[in-house]
Structures are given as C-alpha cells and as structure tokens.
Write a protein that binds this ligand. Sequence first.
Ligand SMILES: *Cc1c(COP(=O)(O)O)cnc(C)c1O
Ligand SMILES: [Zn+2]
Length: 460
Amino acid sequence: MKYKAWFQCSAGCGERHGLNEIVYNCSRCGELLEVAHDIDALKQRKPTAWKRLFNRRYMRTNWPYGSSVWGKKELVCPNVENKNIVSLYEGGSNLFWAERLGREIGLKDLWLKQCGNAHTGSFKDLGMTVLVSMVRQMLYEGKEILGVACASTGDTSAALAAYCAAAGIPAIVFLPKDKVSSSQLVQPLANNALTLSIDTDFDGCMKLVKELCARNNIYLANSMNSLRIEGQKTISIEIAQQFDWDVPDWVIVPGGNLGNVTALGLGFLIMRDLGIVNKIPRIACAQAQKANPLYLSYLKEFKEYKPIQAQKTLASAIQIGNPVSIKKAIKIIQLFNGVVEQASEDELANAAARADRTGLFNCPHTGVALAALIKLLKRGEIKPDERVVVISTAHGLKFPDFKIHYHEGTLEEVTPLYKNEPVDVPADYETVRGSILRALEKGFYDYKPTVRPGRTLIKD
Ligand SMILES: *Cc1c(COP(=O)(O)O)cnc(C)c1O
Ligand SMILES: [Zn+2]
C-alpha cells in the first residue's frame, strides 16, 4: 500500500518509530507516542473518492473491508498486511434517533451511537482489532512476543481475550478483584485468557502490567498503546458516514482513561484534514463524580492537573484516577471547544433508567453521558435545536446487577425515580385483570389511556 503511518512522540520532539516496534513512550521525553499518517499521500485521493470508497465497503462481506475499522484501513493502519488482520467485523453499530427521550428532555435531534452493539459488547473491539492485527503482523515478521497483556476495568480484557482467541495468541488480563461485573469476568475466562484477579484497583493493575511488559517479551494492550486509538477513531468517521458525511453539533462521550475521547477527536480531525467534512463538532467528556480528575482540571481551565484516588462508582469501567491519555485528551477538548461535565451516582443511574424507559438499555457509563447531556441542556450550553450524538460505550446486558439493583431500589446513594418492580399475582384471572386495569388507570408510566366520559376502565 502506498499509504504510510508511524509512531511519533506526542510532545512533538520529533522521535519516530515503526508501528511494528515494541515501544509505547518517547525515549527522549517519556511522553506517549501517537500514530501519525502521511497526510500528503492521503490527500492524493479526493474527498468524494474517499467517501465513495468508504460507502462501497461499508458493512459488506468483502473481507476485511466490511469491518468498519478495516473499511477505513488507509486512515487507520495501512501497515498491516490483510492476511494478518484479526477481525470480528467491527463497527457498523446503529445510530439511533432517540426521538422520545429527546422530546422529554427538550432536544429535537438526539442520537445514540450504540457502540456497545459489538462482538464483545463494548467499543473496545474497535481498537483491539488493530492492536492484535499488528501483533500478528509482528509475529509473522519474526518478532518474539510471548503474549499480549492488559489491565482492565472489564471491557478491554473482554476484547483482548476475544481477538487473541480468534488469532491463537496468548492473552493475559489483569483485573481488579471484585471491581468488574460477573458478565465482564466471564468473558476472558470463556475465551481462555489467563485471567489474574488482583487485590487492587485499576490504577494498581495498570502499574503492574506496565512493569511486566517493560521487562518481558509481552506486548501491552492498554490504550497508552496508540494503535488502539487509531481503531477507535473510526467512531467519528462512522458517525459522519451515517449522517451522509455531515457532522453533528455535539458529541458526548464518557471518559475514564481518556483514550476514547482522544480517538473521537482524532477521527474528526483527519476527516477535516482530508476535506471529507468541513467542520468539527463540540465535544463533551462526561466523568463519574467519583473518578473525575479531568473534570477537576477543567474547572481550573486545565492550568492544573492532579491524578486522584478514584472512588467506587457504578460506572466501574471509568473508575480511573490517573488516566493515561490525560494530555492528549486535554489537547482534544481545547481544540474542539469542548466541555467536561460530571455525574453523581444518583444522576447517572436515574439518567440511564429514564432513557431505558424510552426503549434504550443503558450501561452505567452511558448513564454518565446522558446525565451530562441533561445538565448541559439545562445550563443552556447545548441548545434545544442542536444535533447531539451520545456515545453509548457498552451494552447494558454487561451490567445486570446495576439494572437489577436499581429496580430493587438497593443501589447506594441512588433514589430510583424510575423503578419498575415485578408485580406478584396469584394465578387467578380476575386478580390478574384487576391489577392490569388498575395500573393502566393510574397511568402506566406516562401513557394515559383515553377513557370515554362517564366510563372507567375497571367495571367491577
Ligand atoms: C473503556 C470504557 C470507557 C472509557 O473509555 P476511556 O477510553 O478509558 O476513556 C467508557 N465506557 C465503557 C463501557 C468502557 O468500557
Ligand atoms: Zn519526545
């Protein structure tokens, strides 16, 4: 392929490495590396030609281009040979017009990007396909790699385990003990990853896995490895594509380690550089109040930043106090005239449940983003006629306890405003009918039945 990409120092000192080198930080300044593309080569193709190419490939079975990540291969990772690509058909997730939810909160043009409708149930697949493909490329070139490892709040390990299993490469996952959902724990186990349950939090796991990878021939799969960011970048390219190459006014994304908000920004920037779109949206990053180092820094206009000790939050995938991509994320938020908002446990749980009532099924992190949306609308930061896309990061089914305990009313610090409990009734027709009609008459949720004057629903 005539297109080229390489690692370069994200602090701009000019150090470069090949994408097939095992390196994550600049050797001179210690900063993270980022992937850079030969933009001049990419510009040889006209914007309309890029759009036509991407549209022709989108969600077809011409392997590997039907994957929405590899359908944008030239902008993502041109260096991997197709025969080494490990793909489980990523992307192409539905962009859902949340018409009823939007109407309820006073927004005409609200969309949910359902990135959790993915092979392993979260957006992490988008980056992992790139990283594991590059590992297979390196193995093919004769590099010595014993396995691939990551620290995870649950979803990264699920994705790593699945892609490594598909490729036949050993996966090692570091999970904080008792801090991931049982669904998330069972995913790497099922995919036969070596699963370490460690008595610490995510930040503690991160420290250990970094040392392991620095001192052994084990490749690090966390998002400090910017190959993952390249795959996740396709979220914004896909959003534009789904709007027929139009760009929304706002994109709201929950942030923990802050790789995804960075990726989102980079996706829009490369499209703008190539003339595929002519504007960029504003970005809102939403954090849990219990794990809000970016929010705290935002309050000080990013002049100060301190890692914090993250507290336990329902939004467990973003329970991170020392985000690895902090500097990259701040750059993106500044460039996109962005804002950072936070959500309490009560706000995130009720926002998720409120949206569920309009047909969604949200994970707690999507709840954080939805709570941020509601606050930004109330504050007038987001206007009622603007087009807003909320990134839903994982499938709600990955977090069954969050849902069950909400509706049981047993979540700490949460007053469930939208609780719905099973109604116990004996197997008796009249009692069953009576309880249904009583519920309907009361106004089941916000649906009010029309009853002709002088009549009631319940006759007996
Ligand atoms: C990983 C993850 C996030 C946070 O993404 P970052 O890149 O770490 O900011 C949010 N939600 C879910 C469900 C995740 O798995
Ligand atoms: Zn450097």
